[in-house]
Write a protein that binds this ligand. Sequence first.
Ligand SMILES: Cc1ncc(COP(=O)(O)O)c(C=O)c1O
Length: 437
Amino acid sequence: MAGGNDTPITIEASTRIKRLPPYLFSRINALKASKRRAGHDVIDLGMGNPIDPAPDFVVDKLTESAHDARNHRYSVSIGLYNLRREIARKYKRRYGVELDPDNEVVVTIGSKEGFSHLMLAMLGAGDTVVVGDPAYPIHVYAVALAGANVISVPLGNDEAFLARIEHVLKNLFPRPKLLILNYPHNPAAMTIEELFYRQAVQLARQYNVLIVSDFAYGETCFDGYRAPSFLATPGGKDIGVEFSTMSKPYNMAGWRVGFCCGNPQMVRALATIKGYYDYGHFAPIQIASILALRNGDEFVARQALVYQKRRDVLVAGLRKIGWEVELPRASMFVWARVAGKHLAGQGTIDFSLRLLEEADVAVAPGRGFGENGEGFVRIALVENELRIKQALRQMDGCLNGRKRHQRPSRLAAKPDSDSQADGEHLTSHDQSGIIGG
Ligand SMILES: Cc1ncc(COP(=O)(O)O)c(C=O)c1O
């Protein structure tokens, strides 16, 4: 070898990478992949990855605009003006919130990217962020990747939760800089009323802390509940921003379109970082998204109803299995406390591995979302009602030993009559889902 130097080269990732907390879903993801390779029909209720199609009129617009050569050039990193204007119009229409598309809106490559880069734009070493526990993992990882610290507070949706946050704000020095709020919540499916935000804004003003609201499930609400937007709270825009997304309401998760709206300085900080990192989305995706926002209100309402029906099937089935489960009024998850007799002293990571191994059903262990998630599993409403029923039968078989569940192999296509009427099929949709999302 030239130079004859046999000294092994050390390749070390940055401390930024090393600071990341352990990824607790990896064993489950590995087992799921190996079961699928072995031909098992895993019913995957792990990841919040929508299975239903995006609106036809949106896909048609994407195709049409993709045929226009002008749309293949680099776009703009903050997003097309017309798309920013359309999300502003939607905020006005749905929540009565006024947004200036030029200064108070930035388009992101999914809200996860936007959230992560906002953390990089706002935080540095020595900064601290308050996050509820359990939490959607990126709310913790993005803070760590930005070099800042996370203070976890047991999650809630009431004054007691705000009191816990106040205790931290009062006693920690230097004072935390940001507070992350996420209602409807992932994974806990917790919701709030508008009063909660009014109190949160008051608290934030008192302690000079900024608020970032993750509103990914703002439009996935059931039984007539309407999730309030943080930005609709008086004073909200003075001290914070809100992320929203096309992923869940419009079944456009793979399209990667999100928005950060609100406080102009925070929006500008994110836009600045993005200006260095990216050239914005493929223009046809943005153009089709404009149409979705403009004409998709009914589609969004119908999709929420699909989740509501799946929720009803799942919650009824879990209760029959012997679990005490609350009926969530929003999000695409059921956050279920595992019955003590079924947990049998195990943690939820081992429990979820067992369920996957023995019942071919994948769920997300609550422990993966934080210490306070222990004892729960998160079950995503991302299979049709028939498949959810099948999953419940397999869980019942595995946990209560009542019935032999079918495995391995593809499921026999003998749909229940009610689901047949819905045009549902016994097929596995997501072959690649990674739990944690
Ligand atoms: C709370 C929450 N925020 C953000 C996201 C990511 O959304 P996006 O697809 O817009 O990046 C998810 C996805 O599961 C989520 O649950």
